[in-house]
Design a protein around this ligand. Structure first.
Ligand SMILES: C[S@@+](CC[C@H](N)C(=O)[O-])C[C@H]1O[C@@H](n2cnc3c(N)ncnc32)[C@H](O)[C@@H]1O
Length: 375
């Protein structure tokens, strides 16, 4: 560390994890949020910065699934070497002796091949060098990755996955994670400056995310994070970071679904998120969907698909009805549709561009299909 710099200012290697296929979209968000030199890599985006950047990433980024901070990196050709080098890590600079941790390890193409034994070595280094206890149920997680004999040790600064914004109680039948919903919105060019409508809104993920973006609300404003239990944490600096001012918006956001329970759930999710005033949720089927008043915007929809719910033949009819309604009533709007089946997307008859990459979701691969402005 440079003289005069503190542990808090030090440049750390920070890794923001993303669903495979959406790294470039997350990178775009990270760049726009003013983080230094973001680089997309398989599985996420890497940046460098001090601990305040770690806190800000957790608080503000909508698309990242977790924020990992690299603690150490060294070669380890055999267990004794891992043991020795793990003991030299500056554990006191990262962890607190009074906060229990759990250690998870993975080994790939390495002489050390037993992940459980590797985790034990690191656990022992932490307990014996720092005095922190190790327990399987601890909220704070240390991740050890040994790949090609290179050992990387990271701390998970997020804790619970970041799609858990802290205000969603109703999750519905097949919800999209908020992180994924926001990345798809971004992929459709949404930046909080137009209305968004979801005619099969379920728990309201697209509508609430879009409304929060327009209202300038940070996604992590209502939850806690694992970094609050790290040695580097500073309550005052964290509180200052959280005082962002919400934006005024006169945009409206619309969600509908034929399921009454989904609509009730979406309304209470929007209330807890503090965006109920700009969200309109109503119960009706797709065939009754009308174009809202006001300038055109973006229809974002994630209809039922694949093996998860319902029967395929019925689904073709449903997608056909969706396409027909949007064709007839939504001229001037754009459409983003998320589904696992190309045939279902085509059944809408909407003029889609080639779809985005396949994204793993609930055991299936889903893709985003986008139209330009509908004629
Ligand atoms: C995959 S879920 C949407 C999940 C949502 N994106 C979320 O994050 O919670 C599909 C939704 O379509 C709704 N749905 C199915 N058929 C419909 C129809 N004909 N009209 C309106 N909604 C319908 C279901 O009730 C369900 O909530």
């Amino acid at each position: 560390m440079m003289p005069g710099t503190t542990q808090r200012d030090r440049k750390l290697e920070i890794f923001l994890t993303a669903p495979p296929g959406l790294e470039a979209i997350l990178c775009d968000e990270v760049r726009e949020a003013g983080f230094e030199a973001p680089e997309p890599t398989p599985g996420g985006v890497s940046i460098r910065g001090g601990w305040p950047e770690v806190w800000r990433a957790n608080l503000c980024l909508r698309g990242a699934s977790r924020v990992l901070v690299r603690v150490a990196e060294f070669r380890a050709m055999h267990p004794a070497q891992l043991d020795k080098r793990a003991r030299k890590v500056d554990w006191a600079g990262v962890l607190r002796a009074d906060v229990p941790v759990r250690v998870e390890a993975s080994c790939t193409r390495s002489k050390i091949y037993h992940a459980g034994a590797a985790a034990q070595r690191v656990e022992r280094a932490i307990t014996e060098e720092l005095g922190a206890s190790v327990s399987k149920g601890a909220a704070l997680r240390i991740m050890v990755r040994i790949e090609d004999d290179l050992c990387t040790i990271s701390v998970d600064s997020s804790g619970e996955l970041l799609h858990r914004r802290g205000h969603k109680q109703f999750v519905g039948k097949a919800p999209l994670r908020e992180t994924l919903a926001s990345l798809f919105l971004r992929q459709c060019g949404y930046r909080g400056k137009e209305s968004v409508l979801d005619p099969m809104c379920g728990s309201g993920s697209f509508v609430i995310e879009a409304a929060e973006i327009a209202a300038g609300l940070c996604p992590g404003r209502g939850r806690s994070f694992a970094f609050e239990k790290l040695a580097s944490f500073n309550t005052q600096a964290w509180q200052q970071l959280q005082t962002t001012l919400p934006l005024e918006t006169d945009l409206a956001f619309y969600g509908s679904d034929r399921d009454a329970g989904a609509i009730q759930g979406a309304i209470s999710n929007a209330e807890r998120a503090g965006v109920a005033k700009i969200c309109n949720f109503s119960q009706f089927a797709i065939s009754d969907l009308q174009r809202p008043e006001g300038p055109p915007g973006l229809v974002m929809v994630n209809p039922p698909y694949g093996s998860r719910i319902g029967n395929k033949k019925l689904l073709f009819g449903l997608y056909g009805a969706l396409g027909k309604t949007l064709h007839a009533r939504f001229s001037g709007w754009r459409v983003g549709l998320v589904t696992s089946e190309a045939g279902l997307a085509r059944a809408t008859g909407l003029p889609f561009a080639p779809p985005g990459p396949p994204i793993p979701h609930g055991g299936l691969k889903i893709r985003l299909w986008q139209t330009g402005i509908l004629p």
